[in-house]
Design a protein around this ligand. Structure first.
Ligand SMILES: Cc1ncc(COP(=O)(O)O)c(C=O)c1O
Length: 399
């Protein structure tokens, strides 16, 4: 049997061979700790600083604005909890924080943790296409949140938010507020310019290596130095005292090169993905699928869809058996297959949202794979339709 076709690049991406080759020496010959004063340490430190320059250059930031952390989840937690702790250090009681209603669980759940400590958590509503509404922003501004987090691109639908526009409005009304954007899914798929975002009022941006053909275990919070943060991890004071712990040098080296490669192939990759996605979506619509967020500007690689009456979990299991790896929602939450809060926020009825399937394309996907996928989908649906209602129910329950 041929290898399964990987169509789940928003969950993670394969490590680019060049990235892997760059990382390998840092597991052995160049194993130094960047804090050590000897030659091995200096080599590791130099590699770390090269990676910092590469990541900074890829998003138009200054190297001193890059804080390396272990994951996008950690970076998002560092912004929310670190900025909340810095706010509290001035003697303020817990304030108000605003996030969009379609954030990744690592933002939503971090905000909920803060809410348990007394913060008021406002969720900015989205319209049927998944975009934060102007009325929602205006209403939130009246509550004067001190912290804001609005993602640049959504992991489930690929829908883009006008982060610069929202940040500009927030800064005009609330110049003291801190504004962050989770750019984990945007990075490597659409241009990101931290200087321009900063000028609009975005003070922090989250990036993650494993979504851009880099390794797991390295990520960054890009931070305007005027933003006050308290560290989540105390220790030896690495990363300007904001993230103690010996750096994951090999992964960070990989992250640096992956970021450089991502920036250099961005335009070509986006064109390739757009062509494939158009082919995929034309095929899906011809089969009667509903697309989620289809009317909004989106990432070039992401399509979320459903067929009325077919559970997403059932469909992805059957497609997996047919040799296609797709997701039934955010990978991180697939262990708890409740209805996606993001799709619910878009007003999608639970019955339809439970049918959600996400295809996220990557650099190595081909037209032939899209055609094969569409055929497999058609055959799978035909087989499911031919099952007795009783049998469909069993399949739906994973029996
Ligand atoms: C939008 C978004 N933010 C944050 C994360 C978390 O990143 P990481 O897997 O590096 O923790 C993900 C991962 O899927 C994501 O899609």
């Amino acid at each position: 049997m041929s290898a399964p076709v990987y169509l789940d690049h928003n969950a993670t991406t394969p490590v680019d061979e060049r990235v892997l080759a760059a990382m390998l020496p840092f597991f052995s010959a160049r194993c130094g700790n960047p804090s050590s004063r000897h030659e091995h340490g200096r080599v590791a430190l130099a590699a770390l600083e090269t990676a910092r320059q590469q990541v900074a250059a890829a998003v138009g930031a200054h190297p001193t604005e890059i804080l390396f952390v272990s994951s996008g989840s950690e970076a998002n937690n560092l912004f929310l909890k670190g900025a909340a702790a810095a706010y509290a250090a001035y003697g303020h009681p817990p304030g108000t924080l605003a996030t969009s209603a379609v954030e990744h669980p690592c933002v939503r759940n971090a905000a909920r943790q803060l809410a348990r400590q007394g913060w008021r958590h406002l969720e900015l509503p989205v319209d049927a296409a998944g975009r934060v509404t102007a009325a929602g922003i205006a209403a939130a501004i009246r509550e004067a949140p001190a912290l804001w987090s609005v993602m640049r691109a959504n992991n489930e639908t690929g829908v883009l938010q006008d982060v610069a526009g929202i940040a500009r409005q927030v800064r005009e009304a609330l110049p003291e507020a801190s504004f962050h954007s989770d750019a984990v899914q945007a990075f490597g798929k659409i241009p990101l310019d931290f200087r321009a975002l900063c000028a609009a009022g975005v003070q922090a941006l989250t990036l993650s290596a494993h979504k851009i053909y880099g390794p797991k275990g390295a990520a960054a919070l890009v931070v305007d130095k005027r933003l006050e943060l308290a560290p989540l991890i105390a220790g030896g004071g690495q990363e300007r005292g904001l993230r103690s712990g010996t750096e994951n040098v090999a992964a960070i080296v990989g992250f640096g090169l992956a970021a450089e490669l991502a920036a250099s192939r961005l335009a070509n990759l986006a064109r390739h993905l757009e062509v494939l996605r158009a082919r995929l979506e034309a095929g899906l619509l011809a089969q009667g699928a509903m697309l989620f967020g289809g009317e909004a500007p989106r990432l070039p690689n992401t399509t979320a869809f459903a067929f009325a009456g077919i559970e997403g979990e059932t469909l992805i299991t059957k497609l997996d058996q047919a040799g296609f790896a797709v997701a039934s929602g955010a990978a991180c939450s697939s262990a708890s297959p409740e209805v996606s809060p993001g799709l619910t926020a878009m007003g999608i009825p639970a019955a339809l949202a439970r049918g959600a399937v996400r295809v996220s394309l990557g650099a190595d996907n081909t037209r032939q794979q899209i055609d094969d996928f569409l055929l497999a989908l058609q055959e799978t649906r035909a087989r499911l339709r031919n099952l007795a209602p009783h049998a469909t129910e069993n399949a739906t329950n994973g029996a």
